[in-house]
Design a protein around this ligand. Structure first.
Ligand code: AMP
Ligand code: MG
Length: 315
């Protein structure tokens, strides 16, 4: 409260209770996580999950990530394995999503998983998301809080821009620390990265002490649509703009400051660049630029996740 948006609230005990009660009644709330903001609803409730798909205009074939407080809560729903246990110990709670097999009597419905026999699960680290999850006796289905195929939100006001007053509650947790989505790893066979993210494949390899699979199958992650993370204006990669109506995103100190030039990280720091990417793209769109040109970003470490998002936003 105390801001121009009627449905953005700062977090305190009273707000925690209000949010928890609202989720228990089957409503949807905008919540901060350390990656991006999410659109949260009871993962065990078909009607709540339906509301999420409807709000986002998300294709039914794109499954949702289910968020749990910790390991104790997953056993009725999910079949775990050694790879999962090792990665959980090392990285959770944190920005990594695991694809695992669903148990026969799992309370996760088929709408959440787009009829797959697998479920994507994550244990977010953000203290607000954790406080909410800890107070519930169900996990939260929580995709990014944006209309399907758009940019993920990294501030409470971004969530408002996407859904206006269609949400009763958006909790303000400040700017998302990482600003880019979780790493998605399939653990149903030889571990394989489906979506590069904050936690690099090198770190995962080191933890598991095995080589990851790089086999490409298209059905494995049906929701990974080619066009995604789109700011709503054309994105052109590896080129400089030739006029002022077009914005330019670059990395490092290579270019001098101009009105239409936006730097992801002056210090050439890839994690700073990742955390600025969506913020800067939204800002460019708001300012009325007609196109976004992007210079080459180093393809190492977090640069791999940045380039993955840029490639999709340009397609
Ligand atoms: P988001 O919508 O940003 O939360 O991203 C969720 C991603 O997780 C989507 O791209 C989905 O394709 C992927 N995902 C969710 N559930 C599964 C699953 N069971 N198998 C494979 N990928 C999944
Ligand atoms: Mg998303």
């Amino acid at each position: 409260m105390g801001n121009i948006y009627s449905n953005i609230y700062s977090f305190n005990n009273k707000m925690l209770k209000k949010t928890v009660n609202s989720l228990k009644r089957g409503n949807i709330a905008g919540l901060p996580t350390e990656t991006v903001y999410g659109l949260a609803g009871n993962a065990y409730s078909k009607s709540a999950v339906k509301k999420i798909f409807k709000l986002k205009k998300r294709p039914k074939k794109n499954p949702l990530i289910v968020h749990y407080y910790d390991l104790k809560f997953i056993h009725g729903d999910i079949l775990v394995n050694q790879y999962f246990r090792r990665l959980y110990r090392k990285f959770c709670p944190g920005p990594i999503t695991f694809i695992l097999r669903k148990k026969k009597n799992s309370k996760i419905g088929s709408l959440v998983t787009a009829n797959l026999s697998t479920v994507a699960i994550r244990f977010p680290k953000h203290k607000i998301a954790r406080a909410v999850l800890k107070s519930l006796n169900f996990p939260l289905a929580m995709p990014s809080a944006n209309l399907s195929s758009g940019l993920s939100p990294v501030n409470a006001s971004d969530v408002f821009d996407e859904f206006k007053n269609k949400l009763k509650i958006i909790i303000d947790g400040g700017k998302s620390k990482f600003g880019i989505e979780s790493t998605v790893i399939d653990l149903t066979g030889i571990p394989r990265i489906l979506r590069p993210g904050i936690i690099s494949s090198d770190k995962i390899k080191k933890t598991l002490k095995i080589n990851l699979s790089n086999k490409k199958t298209k059905i494995k992650s049906p929701g990974m649509l080619k066009k995604h993370y789109s700011p709503g204006i054309p994105v052109i990669l590896n080129k400089k703009p030739t006029n002022q109506k077009h914005a330019f995103i670059f990395f490092g100190k290579k270019y001098k400051k101009k009105e239409n030039y936006f730097c992801l990280s002056k210090k050439s720091n890839l994690s700073e660049a990742a955390s600025n990417l969506y913020k800067i793209m939204r800002n460019i769109k708001r300012k009325g630029y007609k196109k976004i040109f992007v210079s080459k970003i180093p393809n190492r470490g977090l640069g791999i996740a940045i380039n993955d998002r840029l490639k999709r936003s340009a397609s």
